[in-house]
Design a protein around this ligand. Sequence first.
Ligand SMILES: Nc1ncnc2c1ncn2[C@@H]1O[C@H](COP(=O)(O)OP(=O)(O)O)[C@@H](O)[C@H]1O
Ligand SMILES: [Mg+2]
Length: 273
Amino acid sequence: MGLLEVRSGDLVIFTEVTKTFALGAASFTAIKDVTLRVRRGDIVILLGPSGCGKSTLLNLTAGLIAPTHGQVLYAGRPMDGLNASVAYMTQADHLFPWRTVAGNVGVPLEIAGVSRAQRTARVAELLALVGLSDFASSYPNQLSGGMRKRAALARLLAADRETLLLDEPFGALDAQLRLTLQVELLQVCRALNKTVLFVTHDIEEAAALADVCVVFQGLPGTIAKVIENPLPKDRDLRALRFDPRHHAFTNELWAMLTPDLAVPPASSAAQMH
Ligand SMILES: Nc1ncnc2c1ncn2[C@@H]1O[C@H](COP(=O)(O)OP(=O)(O)O)[C@@H](O)[C@H]1O
Ligand SMILES: [Mg+2]
C-alpha cells in the first residue's frame, strides 16, 4: 500500500480504503480503494448516487467503523475508535421531542459538563447564529422542516468540534429554503473555520457548497474524480447562477454523473449564433 504523505494543512487522509461488510455467510463491499486528502478548513462534498458508499465514508471518519483494508489518518494519526474531533449530523435530525429547542441545542454542553449559566449564554449565541432566537422555548413538533434543520445545526455546533460530518442535511426541503440554509451553513463554517464533509446526491447543491467535490460512482463505490471549485471560498451563493465559472463547474459534475443530461459544449452561446 503506497500511503499518501501527510502535507501541512491535511486533516483527513484516506489511503486505499476498502470497507466490506459481512452479511451472514456472504459479504458486501461498500467502497473500494478510496484514496482522498481532505484539507483543513475545506468544505468537501461527497457526491454520488444512492448506495455508492458516501455515508460509509462519514462513518469511517467518525470512527464508528474501521476500514477492512487501507488506512484513515486524522490529524496525522491513524484512527483508533471513535473520533472525538468530529460532530456528526446523520440523515434524520434526531431532535428530542420532549425538549425545547434550547434544551436540544444544549445537549452536547450538558454532556461536556458545562455549567448552567455558561450553557444558557452559549445556547443563546448559537440560536442567534442560526436565526432561532424567537423559538428557544418551542418544541420540535412546533417547528417547520427548515427550523428543525437549523436547530439540529445549532446543536451540532454546540459540540464545538473542528470537523462537521453532514449527511444529506437539507434533503427534504424546498429549493428556496435549501439555498437559505446553504448560505447560512457556508457563513457559519467560514466564520468558525470548520472542516466539513458533506454528503449529497444533488448536483446543484454540490456545485454551490463544495470547495472540493468528490464524485463517487459504482457498486462498490469508488472515486470517479475529485474536482476543485473554480470559485473562491468567499463566493456569494446568491450570485452563483450568474457566474459562468459556476456553470462550467456544475456542467462538469453533470457530465460525470449523468452524461446523457449534461449540456454538450457545442451548444454554447457562441456557436448558436
Ligand atoms: N453496517 C452495514 N452493514 C451492511 N451493509 C452496509 C452497512 N452500511 C452500509 N452498508 C451497505 O453499503 C452500501 C453503501 O451504503 P452507504 O454508504 O449508506 O451509501 P450512500 O450513503 O452512498 O447511499 C449500501 O449498499 C449499504 O446497504
Ligand atoms: Mg447515505
